[in-house]
Design a protein around this ligand. Structure first.
Ligand code: ADP
Length: 406
């Protein structure tokens, strides 16, 4: 293989496409003993230089290239970024859904349906500002996103904070990933952004031109609205501000060829929930609750509100259902029956019950949720059962396949 071809086939760790597809290789100089290459890094805030270098070295080594290597990394200039961002959202080239290594949902098969919805609020917004009428996915009344047509959006909701909604969002994402699905998370819980911390994501999103690339850990991308709010600042974004910010996140971010987008919703039924319902009418809601029957009224309210917003409530997930002692005895610390009662009251299925796990709490606190997903097998299995069950459910509403001009 030619040197350039070898380099072109190396997969970029951040965008999960080859350097050839991304147009990252600029100059390749080769003499008898040494090679010097110039690699153009996509976007501002590219954080994977070390990993990329390691992949290049190993790619060359496994192709039997022995010469000494000098790599010059330079950021892409504005026009390269613009071109790449257009490729990624599918306006030019075919990169929008074709991820090497993504499962069968991947590319072409889905191209027909859903594509072509015109970005109806188009112009002024970031990536949409490219004038991209191209491959954004609209939905009946929702905002045009860069989500592939087959992506299911799961809204993880609760009546109040502290029931484990963020922990469920993160571990459900890990469980879906472990059964072979591509998953990302949108952390929209404006009262406590915790998803990046739980996953141990330590770098902000990257920007390619105006396209936001959410950072990734263990194959899961996470975009937190918290990246855009100073930590010591109270959440003063209200109503229209939040609405606008969310819209921008949904229109201007690139998630790759994901099967699932999990949204960690704010507790209760505030503005953000309303905006999300408006933007993502196909979102499927799963309500997280704890086992105390007395706590159900609050959870019920959130389920009813979702229904009122015409979102489809698909199921209840009961968290902190019991604690299993070393001798195998189950202790129902927070009582029992709450999940089943709620499911019954709102006429949906109880999708699963998750035990109390000290490891799960510790892993969340220390940012090792993905590394430690295996530590408590009982909790892991509960999440995998839930993930499998959700994956077997058919999405309730289908994105309308026809071209929609608004
Ligand atoms: P919410 O998003 O609903 O506010 P969190 O996911 O932040 O809730 O959880 C609140 C606290 O409870 C966190 O400290 C978390 O680690 C802990 N927690 C959540 N679920 C469990 C569980 N199944 N076992 C042990 N601790 C849990």
């Amino acid at each position: 293989m030619e040197l350039r071809e070898i380099l072109e086939s190396v997969e970029d760790p951040e965008l999960e496409r080859t350097m050839g597809q991304l147009g990252m290789i600029s100059e390749v100089k080769e003499s008898r003993k040494s090679i010097s290459v110039s690699i153009h890094l996509p976007g501002i805030g590219y954080s994977q230089v070390d990993e990329l270098r390691a992949r290049i070295v190993s790619g060359l080594e496994s192709a039997g290239v022995k010469a000494s290597l000098e790599i010059d990394f330079v950021p892409m200039d504005e026009s390269e970024q613009l071109e790449l961002s257009l490729k990624l959202i599918g306006v030019v080239g075919g990169l929008a859904e074709s991820a090497p290594g993504s499962d069968s949902h991947g590319a072409a098969g889905h191209d027909g349906a859903g594509h072509g919805a015109v970005d109806h609020e188009g112009a002024g917004h970031g990536a949409a500002g490219h004038g991209a009428a191209g491959h954004k996915h609209g939905s009946d009344t929702g905002v045009a996103t860069n989500l592939p047509a087959h992506t299911r959006v799961l809204g993880i909701a609760s009546g109040k904070g502290g029931v484990g909604k963020s922990s469920v969002s993160v571990n459900l994402a890990l469980a879906l990933a472990s059964i072979g699905k591509k998953v990302s998370i949108l952390d929209a819980d404006v009262y406590g952004f915790s998803v990046p911390a739980m996953l141990g994501i330590d770098h902000p999103p990257m920007a390619i031109d105006k396209l936001i690339i959410p950072p990734m850990k263990s194959g899961i991308r996470c975009l937190s609205m918290g990246y855009f709010v100073a930590e010591d600042q109270p959440v003063i974004w209200r109503g229209p501000m939040l609405h606008k910010a969310l819209e921008q996140f949904l229109t201007d971010s690139w998630w790759g060829a994901i099967d699932y987008l999990i949204i960690d919703m704010p507790p209760g039924t505030g503005d953000v929930t309303l905006s999300l319902a408006q933007y993502l009418p196909n979102m499927e809601i799963f309500v997280v609750t704890t086992p105390q029957p007395a706590a159900q009224r609050v959870a019920q309210r959130s389920a009813y509100a979702s229904k009122k917003l015409r979102l489809s409530v698909r199921g209840v997930i009961e968290n902190m259902s019991w604690f299993t002692g070393d001798d195998g005895t189950r202790y129902e610390i927070f009582g029992s029956g709450g999940g089943a009662l709620l499911a019954d009251t709102i006429s949906v299925a109880l999708i699963g019950q998750i035990p109390i796990s000290v490891n799960l709490r510790k892993a969340g606190d220390t940012g090792t949720a993905s590394e430690d997903f295996d530590v408590n097998q009982e909790a892991k299995q509960a999440f995998i059962d839930i993930a499998t069950r959700i994956d077997q459910m058919k999405p309730t509403k289908r994105r309308s396949p026809e071209l929609k001009l608004v």
